[in-house]
Design a binder for this molecule. Structure first.
Ligand code: NIG
Ligand code: FE
Length: 412
């Protein structure tokens, strides 16, 4: 057991909510986990005796480290030209059907080397870390062949080795039909289920499995085959569902006890009901909604009524959400989807942890949980959702370790 490290004199939000701060709080970390937390003056003297290191946070606000539970962080190239086409009137679906969209990022991702892919993703990851993000989910899905899907997932694992951040990998082989399988989507699903997933799972590269269930993605029957394959390997599932139309993917995903169903603009009440029964998290992606200039918002009132936990993520990707800012997503979830500030904050902490299957160890600050927390230069937690651009994360601690890339506390 390592010696305890004491963090003291903070205004502590244990669950990322804007109310009920513990004033002048202290937090004791042993072996990367929280051994004690509460008002500093209640800290038992016996625990203080062994402390090896003390950090005085000078009454800064501390929240759980933020969690970005849906990203496509790794890809080659960009799609700035496609953005211009869309602004000139082409729709996302039209561009995809003309061989642009996801398939054009696939071309670029296949072409670049693993090191180039790593370098560009690392820049994006660093931007996230600078905003207090201590855990990131990363999907494959711009390879669509075994070698390139492997290359992407290997890059994801490497990112987790060079930065003090928790990376969860999701295999999204069923993201689009690659050109070499045009018109043969079922045969491509065979490849995904019978070759790609078993091989990548065998190599320890897959934490969860996702599928894009949509008219420009995969049908319900094809999606179900992917879920079944994941189930055979005991892997948890997620689904891109009801983004552009109501396909019923969410109810299907819920039958497979999906960790989350994501996007959900077209979700209906039956789908919401199925999510509640299965404990599936609704991951909302306001960045994609905004960037595609969508007008139909997810059924927030129904999600609330049924008590379905709502998470918020960047969906960082070159086609529909070229953003690394989870703080901006907090703001957009409030302005575009009318979430309350506290709902949005829960969406990037507790509920995001649940969407990754990690709610028992992170996403809140409690004894026994990982010491994953962010120290902020704000006067209230609500400011995290209020500003676009300003809030600065002064320090980020993950599993008790101070991220060396974040700024040290200012001397003034
Ligand atoms: O989450 N919907 C599918 N996947 C991504 C978009 C990927 C792309 O266009 O490159 C999304 O929005
Ligand atoms: Fe996505």
């Amino acid at each position: 057991m390592t010696k305890p490290v004491l963090w003291k004199n903070m205004r502590l939000s244990v669950d990322g909510q804007s109310s009920a701060l513990i004033e002048s709080a202290a937090l004791l970390v042993v072996d990367g986990r929280i051994a004690w937390l509460g008002p500093g003056n209640a800290l038992p003297a016996a625990l203080v005796r062994d402390v090896s290191e003390t950090h005085d946070l000078q009454q800064a606000i501390v929240t759980p480290g933020l969690i970005d539970c849906h990203t496509h962080l790794i890809f080659g190239g960009d799609r700035a030209e496609e953005f211009a086409l869309r602004l000139a009137g082409a729709s996302y679906e039209e561009i995809a059907r003309r061989g642009g969209g996801i398939v054009s990022s696939v071309r670029a991702t296949r072409t670049v080397s693993e090191d180039e892919l790593f370098g560009s993703a690392l820049r994006r990851l660093d931007a996230m870390i600078a905003q207090g993000v201590s855990a990131v989910e990363i999907k494959s899905g711009y390879g669509l062949d075994l070698a390139t899907e492997r290359k992407m997932l290997r890059v994801a694992r490497r990112l987790g080795q060079v930065r003090n951040v928790t990376i969860s990998t999701t295999f999204l082989g069923a993201h689009a039909v690659p050109l070499e399988y045009a018109g043969r989507a079922d045969a491509y699903i065979d490849l995904v289920c019978e070759q790609m997933l078993p091989a990548l799972h065998d190599e320890g590269l897959v934490d969860a499995v996702d599928v894009f269930c949509e008219s420009i993605g995969f049908s319900l029957a094809q999606s179900e085959r992917v879920l079944q394959a994941a189930q055979r390997y005991g892997l948890p599932v997620k689904m891109h569902a009801e983004q552009l139309s109501l396909m019923g993917g969410t109810a299907l995903a819920a039958r497979y006890h999906a960790l989350s169903a994501d996007h959900l603009e077209y979700l209906d009440e039956a789908g919401v009901h199925a999510m509640r029964e299965a404990g599936t998290v609704a991951v909302l992606l306001p960045g994609a909604f905004y960037f595609l200039r969508e007008t139909k918002t997810p059924p927030i009132a129904l999600l609330r009524e049924y008590g379905v936990p709502i998470a918020i993520a960047t969906d960082c990707n070159p086609g529909t959400s070229p953003s690394t800012s989870l703080l901006l997503m907090l703001n957009m979830a409030c302005t575009l989807f009318r979430l309350t500030v506290d709902e949005a904050l829960a969406g990037v902490t507790r509920h995001a942890a649940k969407a990754l299957g990690h709610a028992d160890v992170t996403g809140r600050l409690a004894v026994g949980d990982y010491a994953d927390f962010a120290v902020w230069e704000v006067a209230s937690v609500a400011e995290l959702a209020y500003w676009t651009g300003l809030p600065r994360c002064r320090q980020l601690v993950r599993h008790g370790e101070l991220d060396l890339k974040t700024r040290p506390a200012r001397a003034d």
